[in-house]
Structures are given as structure tokens and as C-alpha cells.
Write a protein that binds this ligand. Structure first.
Ligand code: C2E
Ligand code: CA
Ligand code: CA
Ligand code: CA
Length: 278
């Protein structure tokens, strides 16, 4: 038994070392990912339920790693935050996404609204506002075509946060609350924030048929959001039956695999001509 314990110890130690090595290598690779042009954006359509056509897209980052292939954001955004790279990545995302709208326009696509995810760290960084300002200037994108998605849990309504929201809003940029319903904030606490839209988290959408209370809750969220003047986006829509309910609740936009997975930019012009609903 004594022996076994010793072996186990050695085994753990080796695993830890391997993990640490792997993390270190990831870190070194990530630091060079921008200059080596390994980051890429996919875009997921947002469809207007009334018109049945694409009115916007959400930019979703991927890392094209030479050995590991396409790495999803859940596997490197945390690391980017920890090693102080999220600002550089966030600026790259903003610039690339805003330029993309103009590229599509040249291919005959009407100006789409571009939603970009902003990390809480970047949101609280004083560099964000001037960066957004200069990217808008540089790309010529209408400020109202840019929407910044901030997750619900960042929305602690501190004076500082409200100030950042207000200044971004003054530029004409839209602000959206992401993953709504997963954190602790209520619509009541959001009402003091200058925001434009609310994205209802996938968990709410996929649970909508669990019991009648889920549907009632969904209805009241949409009603309240509308009463506060917000546009409502449902994310993670995967089934036709979900769309029926969302239509009844007068939800404005839908996004999810049912319509399209996130796709590389060259797929968007074709999707933009498509009619999505009968
Ligand atoms: P999110 O902002 O909540 O994005 C939605 C995620 O759900 C995306 O995963 C998307 O591909 C996925 N999704 C969309 N429709 C469906 C559906 O119908 N069913 C299911 N099961 N999933 C669906 P993805 O692209 O892996 O992104 C994960 C998270 O990484 C994002 O969650 C966001 O928090 C973060 N992220 C992505 N891009 C960026 C970025 O450029 N900057 C920052 N800071 N974070 C990003
Ligand atoms: Ca998002
Ligand atoms: Ca979300
Ligand atoms: Ca999320």
C-alpha cells in the first residue's frame, strides 16, 4: 500500500508538470497568434422574426492553431484574460468585424448590424472607448451598426460602469446584455442602464417546454424588456417549436443552429439573400 501511494504521487506530479508545460506552450503560442494571423472570426446570423431575414450577425472568435486545429473561444479566452492579452485580442476582433461589414457591402450585402463580444476586463479598460472611436472612424461603419455584447454578470450597476455605457452610447454604438437569465441581475436592476437589447440565454430557450412556468417566465421577460424599450434576441434556438413560442411572445430576433451555425465570412452574402421563415 505504501508503494502504491508513492507511485500515485509520482504519477500526479508528472501529470501536473505536463499540464503546466502544455499551458505554458499555449500561452507562448497565444502571445504570437495575432502577428502570425492565426485568429479568425466566424459569424452567426441574427434573424428578424417578422421579416424572416438576416439583419445582423454575431462575431465569434476561433484560433486556427497550426497543430491543434480550430480552437473554440472557451479554450483560450480565459487564458487571454489571465496573461493580459484580452485587450489586444478585443481590439483585433473589433477592427476585423467592423471591416467585414464594409467587405460584405462591396459584395452587395446591405449593411448588417455587427455584434461583438467584449470581455469584462476589456469593458473596464479605459482604452476601449478611444479604440471603438478610432475603429469607427477608420472603417466608416455607422456607429448604430455596431453592437457590443456584455455579459449579464458584468452589469453590476456601479457608477463607473454606467459611465462607460453612457459614453459608448454617446458615440451611437449599441449595447446588448448577453446571457440574460444566467446571472443574478433582474430586469429591475437593468432598468437604470442605458442599453439597447437583451439576449435571452440558450438555457431559457431550451427549457421553455419543461413546464408551464418556464413559458410564463419567458413571456414576462420579453414583455418587461419591451416595456423598457429593449430589443429582445433569443439565442441558441434549435427547434421549430421554439420559434412558434418566440413568435407568440413577440421576441424580435432569433439566433441559433436552427437557422445557421457560426460560419466563415464568405458564407454570409449567400445567407443574406435567404428567406428563413414561411
Ligand atoms: P456567447 O457569446 O454566448 O456565444 C454563443 C455561443 O453559443 C457560441 O459558441 C455559439 O457558437 C453557440 N451557439 C449558437 N447557436 C447555438 C445553438 O443553437 N445551440 C448551441 N448549443 N450553441 C449555439 P462559441 O462560438 O464557441 O463561443 C463561446 C463563447 O466564447 C461566447 O459565448 C463568448 O462568451 C465567447 N466569445 C466568442 N467570441 C468572442 C470574442 O470575440 N471575444 C470575447 N471576449 N469572447 C468571445
Ligand atoms: Ca455573445
Ligand atoms: Ca450568449
Ligand atoms: Ca455564453
Amino acid at each position: 500500500a505504501k508503494n502504491q501511494g508513492k507511485h500515485r504521487y509520482v504519477f500526479y506530479e508528472k501529470t501536473h508538470t505536463r499540464e503546466a508545460e502544455q499551458r505554458l506552450r499555449m500561452e507562448q503560442d497565444l502571445r504570437r497568434a495575432i502577428e502570425l494571423d492565426q485568429l479568425t472570426l466566424y459569424y452567426q446570423p441574427q434573424i428578424d422574426l417578422k421579416q424572416g431575414k438576416i439583419v445582423g450577425v454575431e462575431a465569434l472568435i476561433r484560433w486556427q492553431h497550426p497543430e491543434r486545429g480550430l480552437i473554440p473561444p472557451d479554450q483560450f479566452i480565459d487564458l487571454a484574460e489571465q496573461i493580459g492579452m484580452i485587450r489586444a485580442i478585443g481590439d483585433w476582433v473589433l477592427k476585423t468585424a467592423c471591416k467585414q461589414v464594409a467587405d460584405w457591402q462591396e459584395k452587395g450585402v446591405p449593411e448588417l448590424r455587427m455584434a461583438v463580444n467584449i470581455s469584462p476586463l476589456h469593458f473596464n479598460d479605459p482604452s476601449l472607448l478611444p479604440a471603438v472611436e478610432s475603429i469607427l472612424e477608420e472603417t466608416g461603419l455607422s456607429p448604430s451598426s455596431l453592437e457590443l455584447e456584455i455579459t449579464e454578470n458584468v452589469v453590476q450597476t456601479t457608477e463607473n460602469n454606467i459611465g462607460i455605457f453612457q459614453k459608448l452610447r454617446d458615440l451611437g454604438v449599441r449595447i446588448s446584455i448577453d446571457d440574460f437569465g444566467t446571472g443574478y441581475s433582474s430586469l429591475a436592476s437593468l432598468k437604470s442602464l442605458p442599453i439597447d437589447s437583451l439576449k435571452i440565454d440558450r438555457v431559457f430557450i431550451s427549457n421553455m417546454f419543461k413546464d408551464t412556468n418556464s413559458t410564463i417566465l419567458l413571456h414576462s421577460i420579453v414583455d418587461l424588456a419591451h416595456a423598457l424599450g429593449y430589443l429582445v434576441v433569443a439565442e441558441g434556438v434549435e427547434q421549430d417549436q421554439e420559434v412558434d413560442v418566440l413568435r407568440k411572445t413577440a421576441c424580435d430576433l432569433v439566433q441559433g443552429y436552427l437557422f445557421s451555425k457560426p460560419v466563415p465570412p464568405e458564407h454570409i452574402p449567400q445567407l443574406a439573400t435567404q428567406h428563413f421563415m414561411a
